[in-house]
Design a protein around this ligand. Structure first.
Ligand code: IVH
Length: 661
């Protein structure tokens, strides 16, 4: 089959599978099959860029990085909605409509808590996505919206149409994104709406693609050109291939409307995304002009806002947790209660000021909610229920080592003053070896705790001294020969970890993964960085006052200077190496391909080798550096073995080039 035809077929199959999975929620092929087809498509498109189509699902992987966003003027302004907060206000909304028209009915839809977007299709092909902006001028976020898997790049009908809807981040993605941010020491998103909005304004579409946003459509612009009512518009959107939230209903009168709203309020708690109300729209389009508009919003629609769920419970105790930087955080221990669908027993109280300002006391009745329906928080105290609770006092000693806590001027946090605090150290060790830092995968939380308890691990350099205790470690229950060998070799391998990861792993306050990357580019060795002064640091774009001060303080502290010198003499890499791709193992090497390849075509494999600086040769000689032997390799393999040429199979070849192609 020719490549052009295969590309067309693959696009059709994958787009259909996408639609079945993301829009209809009825998968028709397995993830594995899907990945395989997509892989084949990307390969073909790389080989034959001239056959690449605009509606190709490979666009959804996200390829472009932008400098900023273009402005887009909405031909039909994106209006907002008025709000009602209770049944009385709902009745007035209905009354106002009843005064100007009769024979009307309503459509109720969930109010999805995300950000509005307008999509333009020309001849059935996706052209552009724009944010609401100020309602008249928004931003062109086409490349980012393209990464949303449920977005159809081609519609069922070849029409010109503009449609609008809500981009949102499902709870599952929100949780994952924040967990990742936490491990990278980056500020968290407060709620899924902020996360969705922040993600859509990302300049790197790959980041957007990794965040799993989703999209519900609810409006057809100039809808009366196509249909006569909102019920028909929603059905039409589905027919065209869009994802529509199916919790919509046709209701005939005010009583039915009130009942529906109560039903929504109950069911929304179990939904996997945030909703903050019910949107109520008059169904019949021919009545819209008669009912009219204000300057901001239509009078034929409104949003009934839900009360965020707030639950009363008892604050049983305030405990304290120590983090890897030595910050001690107060935590609310609550009588467990169900809030927005899950049981809450603990909530952060942030710091002393938070507790004092809200006058939160042990034994109080408190109101808890979930910030953004996710993060449990104590909102306030029910003072009328207070009996004889004593005012809160911040503890003065570390919960782990009992050293005094200190609070620096101008800061809200309390720190343990013991530079060797075991509580802090153990968290620092866990962070150091974690996947996002030094990536010592066999040295997880449990192993760190055990080795710490037994006295083998008290600080970071101890990790690199474990090899002197191999025999002792093998005796620890649950360890054994294999596990210890793996542990030691993972530790050894981590000495070569990149400088920025090491720097991040040290756990310097305010130095997250991103800041570490910036720092090593400006200070390519640890000596450069240790000698950096405040005024040089502050010159760097992404380095603010707080970060600069923290870095200077860290490297001026003799304890940490000692630590660095120790790690240096243990052989850890503390130099930034640029352009690692050029140093690929294939660079300058003569490589021969033989046998049947299953993952790559011969041409692809040759192409990749050449791009990585290698030379492909057709015959084996003593000058050959490497033989890639596919299935049923014959004489060349034999000869390579005789000559002592290194041989790898196709899987190993794939591993060697992984992440590069
Ligand atoms: S209709 C004329 N329907 O709520 C206004 N909006 O406060 C057309 N929203 O900007 C909007 N779910 O971002 C409509 N089912 C829904 C909605 C919805 C969420 C958002 C939208 C809009 C805001 C208005």
């Amino acid at each position: 089959m020719d490549a052009k035809q295969r590309i067309q077929d693959l696009i059709q199959i994958i787009n259909q599978a996408n639609h079945d999975y993301h829009t209809k929620d009825q998968p028709t092929i397995t993830d594995f099959e899907y990945d395989k087809l997509l892989h084949e498509l990307v390969d073909l498109e790389t080989q034959y860029p001239e056959f690449k189509q605009n509606d190709s699902p490979s666009e959804k992987i996200g390829g472009v990085v932008l400098d900023g966003f273009q402005k887009v003027t909405h031909l039909v302004p994106m209006m907002s909605l008025s709000n009602v907060f209770n049944d009385v206000e709902l009745e007035s909304f209905d009354e106002r409509i009843g005064k100007v028209v009769s024979n009307y009915s309503f459509v109720t839809e969930l109010k999805i808590d995300g950000l509005a977007v307008s999509l333009t299709y020309i001849n059935g092909e996706f052209l552009r996505a724009a944010t609401r902006g100020n309602g008249v001028v928004g931003e062109d976020v086409t490349g980012n919206v393209k990464t949303i898997k449920s977005l159809p790049l081609k519609l069922i009908e070849n029409i010109d149409i503009e449609v609008r809807g809500e981009i949102f981040m499902p709870h599952k993605s929100f949780k994952r994104v924040n967990e990742e941010k936490m491990s990278l020491d980056e500020p968290l998103f407060a709620n899924p709406r902020n996360a969705a909005a922040g993600t859509i304004r990302q300049l790197d579409a790959k980041v957007v693609a990794s965040r799993n946003l989703d999209l519900f459509l609810y409006t057809v612009v100039d809808a009366s050109k196509y249909v006569n009512s909102q019920m028909e518009a929603l059905a039409y959107l589905q027919k065209l291939g869009f994802k529509v939230n199916m919790n919509y209903h046709h209701v005939k009168d005010l009583d039915a409307l009130k009942n529906k709203i109560s039903e929504y309020d109950l069911m929304r708690k179990s939904l996997p995304y945030d909703t903050d109300g019910v949107v109520i729209k008059v169904n019949e389009f021919q009545l819209y002009n008669m009912i009219g508009y204000t300057s901001k919003s239509p009078k034929w629609a409104t949003a009934y806002k839900f009360q965020a769920e707030q639950v009363e419970t008892v604050l049983k105790d305030i405990t304290f947790q120590i983090g890897r930087t030595g910050v001690v955080t107060p935590v609310a221990e609550l009588e467990p209660v169900v809030v927005s669908g899950s049981t809450v027993a603990r909530a952060t109280l942030h710091n002393e000021d938070y507790i004092v300002t809200k006058d939160i006391r042990i034994g109080d009745y408190v109101i808890v909610h979930k910030a953004g329906e996710i993060i449990p928080e104590v909102l306030n105290v029910l003072l009328e229920k207070r009996t004889n609770q004593k005012p809160f006092e911040m503890r003065s000693d570390c919960p782990v080592c009992a050293f005094p806590l200190i609070r620096k001027k101008g800061e809200a946090d309390h720190y343990c003053s013991n530079p060797d605090c075991p509580g802090k150290n153990i968290n620092a060790l866990i962070h150091f070896s974690s996947r996002v830092a030094m990536d010592i995968d066999t040295l997880g939380e449990k192993v760190v705790e055990t080795l710490h308890e037994l006295g083998y691990l008290n600080n970071i350099p101890d990790i690199y001294r474990l090899n002197t205790f191999q025999n002792e470690l093998k005796e620890i229950p649950g360890f054994g020969d294999k596990k210890v060998e793996k542990l030691i070799s993972a530790i050894e391998a981590s000495k070569k970890q990149t400088f920025d990861k090491l720097l991040f792993g040290l756990g310097i306050k305010h130095v997250g993964a991103k800041v570490a990357k910036t720092l090593v580019k400006h200070y390519p060795s640890i000596d450069d960085l240790m000698n950096a002064n405040y005024s040089d640091l502050i010159e760097i774009n992404e380095i603010g006052e707080m970060i600069a001060l923290s870095i200077v303080a860290y490297f001026n502290n003799p304890v940490y200077r000692d630590l660095i010198n120790n790690l240096k003499s243990l052989g850890l890499n503390m130099v930034f190496e640029r352009e690692t791709v050029l140093e690929h193992a294939f660079n300058g090497k003569t490589i021969v391909l033989t046998g049947k390849l299953n993952i790559f075509s011969r041409d692809q494999a040759s192409d990749i080798i050449e791009k990585l600086g290698g030379k492909v040769s057709s015959s084996i000689s003593a000058k050959t550096d490497l033989l890639v032997a596919g299935e049923d390799a014959g004489s060349k393999l034999k000869k390579a073995n005789e000559l002592g040429v290194k041989v790898i199979d196709e899987e190993e070849f794939k591993v060697m080039i992984d992440g590069l192609y």
